[in-house]
Design a protein around this ligand. Structure first.
Ligand SMILES: Nc1ncnc2c1ncn2[C@@H]1O[C@H](COP(=O)(O)OP(=O)(O)O)[C@@H](O)[C@H]1O
Ligand SMILES: [Mg+2]
Length: 254
């Protein structure tokens, strides 16, 4: 068996609000091989974001274990978890959080400096190279309010990739974008995945999910089904893959 980048065992997450317990995740088990690109789909409120946040250490799990890149993250204290997130994980969200007072380039550079994995000059040149690759070099000195949504999300992806993470966690990365910008962001995620970064992404969109190689369907905090699509080799496959996914969902009444 190849090496797992993520191994989730009996993961439970309960939120207690005003004395009432909400068992959002109930014994979730799944594994991701190194280099895999997995999507999580499911109805709104089914626990997709909660799953993404608990397996990435952004939120604490109630019970179970999560092995990320060979390390049991349930055993890491706050400081080591923060370091792990900064140096080995990248994050992309629907709301494209960027520091308003820093220009786009500086936003991308910042986690590179914070991680201290390489000299600042190298972080600078890596940021520039990433921005070129993702087609947003002309936005380097602009601020987040001065670029399009698609450019901003590609900048967020550059920021997520600056420390060459093992895994990118993406929560509805195209949720605020039009179709053209969505597919541009997806193309870049697919390219990053081809270059070796594993990707775990939540999405509502069949078109977006069809770019991934495996789709997990969550209902009420349980994995109810899984579709293997295989790696996307070229953009020409998009329509066929989307149809395959749509049929699979329809057959199950999802
Ligand atoms: N911080 C929180 N505190 C309490 N309940 C929460 C919190 N975050 C999510 N929930 C609840 O957990 C359930 C799943 O939410 P979420 O993971 O955001 O679903 P999804 O991303 O699939 O729409 C919902 O019932 C939601 O109200
Ligand atoms: Mg969500």
């Amino acid at each position: 068996m190849s090496k797992a980048v993520l191994d989730v065992k009996d993961l439970c997450k309960t939120y207690v609000v005003e004395g009432y317990s909400n068992n959002v995740l109930q014994n979730v088990n799944f594994r991701m091989e190194e280099g895999e690109f997995v999507s999580i789909m499911g109805p709104s409120g089914s626990g997709k974001s909660t799953l993404l946040y608990t397996v990435s250490g952004m939120d604490e799990m109630t019970s179970g274990s999560v092995i990320f890149d060979g390390e049991d993250i349930s055993k890491l204290d706050r400081k080591h978890m923060a370091k792990c997130r900064l140096t080995r994980m990248g994050f992309v969200f629907q709301q494209m959080y960027m520091m308003k007072k820093l220009n786009i380039m500086d936003n991308i550079i910042l986690p590179g400096y914070q991680a201290k994995l390489k000299p600042r000059a190298e972080v600078n040149s890596d940021a520039e190279e990433l921005m070129r690759r993702l087609g947003i070099i002309e936005t380097a000195e602009r601020y987040s309010t001065e670029v399009s949504g698609g450019q901003l999300q590609r900048a967020c992806l550059c920021r997520a990739l600056i420390n060459n993470p093992k895994m990118v966690y993406a929560d509805e990365p195209t949720g605020a974008l039009n179709q053209k910008a969505s597919m541009e962001v997806m193309n870049e995620l697919v390219k990053a995945n081809r270059a070796g970064t594993s990707v775990l992404m939540v999405t509502h969109s069949e078109k977006v999910a069809s770019c991934s190689e495996r789709v997990i369907y969550l209902i009420d905090g349980n994995i109810e089904g899984e579709l293997k699509l295989g790696k996307m080799k070229s953009e020409d496959e998009t329509a066929v893959r989307e149809r395959q996914l749509r049929n699979w969902l329809q057959d199950r009444g999802w």
